[in-house]
Design a protein around this ligand. Structure first.
Ligand code: ASP
Length: 369
């Protein structure tokens, strides 16, 4: 079934700077109050100009595609990541860039997953959403949407790609990677985390600098943006294995809890959420349980419960044995990136030893090696 789309022409067609595909997946962003239902319902993007008339003043082509089922992002699933990646691949030559409207709850997971699935990405994919629905007067939806579009369409006019592929070929994209734009900040998608559910500053990137800050002008932090790679082709990794789990440590965690987690049928990998710089209890039963699972082929990826800083296995006596039994350090990766990296790599690699090596390498800037 073809997707429902709406097209918005640029303010002055002769000066169109770019063409952007917007993919609407759902979330708070697109909600309006329906007096009949006495509640918030998703609004119909056919009428998007009624809600965001500013779109008419932008000088680029915008096509808005709505997924068949719009969802609260708490219902996000790997199958929808595959669908999003496929839409991007199918339309890659038609558009200069992509904006994904997404609920905030799992936006960082989707951004991380797409950063691993879109191999050789050379165009901007900017995820954004809102804390307040677009139908509410004080909503942050308009600013987030318009600035995400501006960022998606931004080009470096001094660096024209002779090979073409850009319409019009006025320069190369400034931000050719998967990002989250929210509340004036552009973040690398696989470095972002949702930190706030009430204030507008929903996302942070503790371990990587902001890629841009939007004030009166949009200031790009060019040193930290992945550069455009001439001639790079897009391909997809679309086999994801969800047989993973997160084991979050806490003082007093008991043996039956750890055992029941590591003995989940078909389990292939565990994100081990440790304390501080990657530390864990040194009780014999704990280390033995993990070691037995590793010997069976389950891969453990050590990610800190701290938002900032990094895992350094061996720095403290409480992490030395994790290193010795073969737990892989996640360095400064986020839990969102660790979960999705595991799903994607498990879909490619079946040998736990090889997987452990792949995990230590950065795929798309998600961790400092
Ligand atoms: N529950 C919503 C979602 O993630 C929250 C939001 O959009 O901000 O879809």
């Amino acid at each position: 079934m073809p997707y429902k789309t709406v097209h918005i022409s640029p303010a002055s067609p002769r000066q169109s700077r770019a063409s952007v595909l917007v993919i609407y997946t759902g979330g708070t962003f697109g909600m309006i109050y329906d007096p009949k239902a006495s509640g918030l319902i998703p609004f119909d993007f056919d009428r998007v100009l009624d809600r965001v008339p500013e779109l008419n003043r932008l000088d680029f082509d915008i096509t808005i595609l709505t997924l068949h089922e719009v969802i609260d992002s708490s219902n996000m699933k790997p199958a929808i990541w595959v669908e999003l990646a496929q839409i991007i691949q199918d339309t890659y030559d038609e558009y200069d860039s992509f904006v994904i409207l997404h609920g905030t709850d799992t936006m960082s997971y989707t951004a991380s997953a797409l950063s691993f699935m879109l191999v050789g990405l050379n165009k901007p994919v900017i995820l954004t959403g809102a804390q307040l629905p677009i139908g509410v007067a004080r909503s942050d939806a308009r600013e987030n949407f318009i600035t995400a579009l501006e960022i998606a369409a931004a080009v470096d006019a001094a660096a024209v790609d002779e090979g073409g592929g850009l319409t019009p070929a006025k320069g190369v994209p400034l931000v050719p990677e998967v990002c989250v734009y929210f509340n004036s900040l552009l973040l690398r998608g696989n470095r972002s985390t949702k930190q706030e559910s009430v204030q507008f500053n929903a996302f942070i990137s503790e371990n990587y600098p902001h890629l841009a800050t939007a004030g009166v002008s949009i200031d790009y932090n060019r040193l930290f943006i992945r550069p455009y790679q001439p001639g790079q082709q897009l391909s997809l990794r679309t086999t994801l294995d969800p047989n993973i789990t997160i084991l979050k440590l806490f003082p007093g965690i008991t043996q039956p809890v750890v055992e029941s987690i590591v003995n989940i049928p078909d389990l292939r990998a565990v994100v081990l959420e440790t304390f501080g710089a990657g530390n864990a209890p040194t009780d014999g039963w704990f280390l033995d349980t993990i070691k037995r699972a590793i010997d069976r082929g389950v891969v453990f990826f050590n990610v800190s419960q701290c938002e900032g800083g990094r895992v350094t296995q061996g720095q403290y006596q409480t992490s030395k044995q994790l290193l010795q039994i073969g737990v892989v350090s996640g360095a400064d990766i986020t839990t969102e990136a660790a979960v999705t990296k595991l799903m994607v790599l498990l879909g490619q690699e079946h040998d736990p030893a090889k997987l452990r090596v792949l995990l230590t390498q950065s795929i798309s800037g998600e961790m400092s090696e």
